[in-house]
Design a protein around this ligand. Structure first.
Ligand code: KG4
Ligand code: ZN
Length: 340
């Protein structure tokens, strides 16, 4: 029998300080997340300087808890995996410096992971038989990507956002209709009580064959609607605005993903990133896949938003492919998917 590979993984690219222990890529022994969301809520969004300071406070405790929960010691791990980009540079540096110190002290290899690759790999954790090739829709607070995954670690970006990311649009619209931060879960919940046909917002598909996204026009349309209603002294029903906005986002995401899957001739689709925990996106993507006879993989919500288990999974596939990083690895806030 081959030896088990244990990866200690660290994630600190935004406002979650997270550590996990992952066995053989797909078995999560622990997944500890310390969220700063409550703190950033006070400011209506993530304050980078505060995020870095909170990461430095939390990170040792989070790693200790992850090791303890997994029932292993540092000596037993085979490698340290860490997100080194993209993300907030000051936040990334905290996790990276910690990972480098641990790799140096233990003499274990260091493996830098692309944050989006981590989000995509979250699909391998609960779904042990899920393998490439497939089409991945990655929708988070910072990214909206349509990615063709031909093999482990092999990514072709077919489309990306030209302005706001899907999650960013959710957050900005939520602020405009007084729902606060983070907007995604709030709009998701409010939309359940609203009518998606109440207000017609534009569906932005761009040029006919484009896989790119654009959400800033939709955001402006929502803001204009809200202002117009106020000026005319007409009431705003936040639940209806939330449901109508969400329907516009989801329709575009589903349509483009299905078209890309068809073009590449894949039989599987995977959702990833914080917005993949959106209940309407999950539901409508499921409906579209059933209709077309495609297999759909969606991680549990806790594995959609930022976590370190997904980083451990991605690091494992890099590890077995022979990837090793030096102790001079730097944070790269603009790191491109598939680049090292
Ligand atoms: O992947 P993630 O945790 O962090 C980034 O890498 O950006 O994604 C966070 C984003 C936020 O914009 C948040 O509003 C959005 O994901 N989000 C949601 C939902 N839960 C989180 N958006 C829509 N519906 C949700 N249920
Ligand atoms: Zn993320």
């Amino acid at each position: 029998m081959e030896k088990d590979i244990l990866i200690l993984a660290i994630e600190s690219s935004c406002d979650e300080t997270a550590a996990a222990v992952v066995k053989n890529g797909r078995e999560v022994l622990s997944n500890v997340i310390s969220s700063q969301i409550a703190l950033h809520t006070l400011y209506g969004g993530v304050v980078p300087e505060i995020a870095s300071r909170k990461h430095i406070e939390a990170i040792d405790g989070v790693i200790q808890a992850a090791l303890q929960e997994a029932g292993i010691t540092l000596d037993e791990i085979d490698a340290v995996g860490v997100t080194y980009g993209p993300g907030l540079v000051g936040a990334l540096l905290v996790g990276l410096a910690e990972a480098k110190a641990l790799a140096f002290a233990t003499g274990k290899p260091l493996i830098g992971v692309h944050h989006i690759e981590g989000h995509i790999c979250a699909n391998y954790i609960e779904n042990k038989d899920f393998t490439p090739p497939y089409m991945a829709l990655v929708v988070s607070g910072g990214h909206s990507h349509l990615v063709y995954v031909s093999d482990y670690g092999k990514y072709e970006i077919l489309g990306r956002t030209r302005d706001d990311a899907a999650g960013e649009a959710y957050d900005k619209v939520a602020r405009a209709i007084g729902m606060g931060y983070p907007g995604g879960p709030k709009i998701d919940a409010a939309a359940k009580k609203g009518n998606p046909d109440a207000v017609h917002f534009p569906r932005v598909f761009l040029e006919g064959d484009s896989y790119d996204f654009s959400f800033s026009g939709l955001k402006s349309a929502v803001l204009n609607y809200v202002n117009k209603q106020k000026m005319m002294g007409e009431p705003i029903v936040p639940e209806d605005v939330a449901a109508s906005f969400q329907q516009s986002v989801v329709e575009v995401l589903v349509t483009k993903t299905m078209r890309a899957a068809k073009e590449k001739g894949v039989s599987k689709i995977a959702l990833a990133g914080g917005v993949a925990s959106n209940s309407t996106l999950r539901e409508q993507m499921r409906g579209a896949c059933e209709k077309e006879g495609l297999y759909l993989s969606i991680p549990s919500p806790v594995l959609c938003t930022d976590n370190a288990a997904m980083i451990g999974c991605a690091a494992y596939y890099e590890y077995i492919a022979g990837v090793r990083d030096g102790l001079d690895l730097n944070a790269n806030p603009g790191l491109k998917l598939g680049e090292r």
